[in-house]
Ligand binder design. Structure first.
Ligand code: SAM
Length: 245
């Protein structure tokens, strides 16, 4: 049986990623607009850059973007797009932040921080990010707020699309001890079945703030969307901004 590592998600979903990710172009543009302001014309680094969904519009706004991604197939998809070959990408585990430069902005969006599957890796990532921020630089995380009420007997199955030619659903199992959720996106269409595995370790905003504190960073703002609405209890997602304490 194939084991899951940092390349698995990207390599298996790369060809379909842009078609099935369900994020509107308007949401992506709003993210790029907000990130461009935070970069203040300085260089930016995206952890888990993928196919360049956010990095490309950010670069179009004049920001020099560098990326890290473990999946060479996701990077291939980025390279096929206009401007995609102008973005330097380091192939590797983004938790290591194995790049020489420092940045005004380091960001990790669309829950990708949770792709680091242990608390230790997540803590280390914060520390590595902190050592790659220029003075006054910002680390931005966009992530969901865990909602354990989704799970019954530590399992969940939810339909995400039901069409005439096919159906898409997500099947998940949850391990409360390790804060792990292992899922498969399943697509049945035109008589064939495709499965796309995704594994993550979720963390509450408060745990992320503590990881930041361990790395010498502190929370400076928390929004509930890219329009910068202030985060409120009950919001399902957050965008958290950290700076040197
Ligand atoms: C959900 S996609 C997000 C891509 C892009 N940031 C976006 O918002 O569209 C997650 C990306 O992170 C990459 N990834 C996951 N775990 C990784 C790791 N530990 N190190 C490097 N890249 C990783 C995957 O290959 C994939 O490209």
């Amino acid at each position: 049986m194939r084991t899951y590592d940092e390349t698995t998600y990207g390599d298996l979903i790369a060809e379909q990623y842009d078609r099935i990710n369900r994020i509107s172009p308007q949401q992506t543009q709003a993210a790029a607009d907000a990130l461009a302001e935070l970069a203040k014309n300085g260089p930016a680094l995206e952890l888990g850059i993928g196919t360049g969904r956010v990095a490309l519009p950010l670069r179009e706004k004049g920001i020099a973007v560098h990326g890290i991604d473990a999946s060479s197939l996701m990077i291939e998809e980025l390279r096929k797009k206009p401007g995609g070959d102008a973005i330097p990408v380091t192939v590797g585990n983004f938790g290591d932040v194995a790049v020489e430069e420092k940045f005004s902005l380091i960001y990790v969006v669309f829950n990708t921080f949770f792709a680091l599957l242990t608390q230790e890796e997540q803590v280390q990532c914060f520390a590595n990010v902190a050592s790659h921020l220029l003075a006054g630089g910002v680390f931005v995380i966009e992530a969901f707020v865990p909602d354990l009420s989704r799970f019954t007997r530590n399992q969940n199955m939810v339909a995400t699309n039901v069409g005439v030619d096919g159906v898409r659903f997500d099947v998940s199992m949850y391990d409360p001890m390790h804060q792990r959720v292992d899922s498969q996106h399943v697509i049945i269409a035109n008589g064939s079945i495709q499965t796309y595995p995704v594994q993550l370790r979720y963390a509450w905003p408060s745990e992320l703030d503590l990881m930041a504190q361990l790395a010498g960073l502190k929370l400076c703002e928390r929004w509930s969307n890219w329009q910068r609405s202030p985060f409120a209890s009950g919001d399902g997602a957050h965008i958290s901004l950290y700076q040197q304490a």
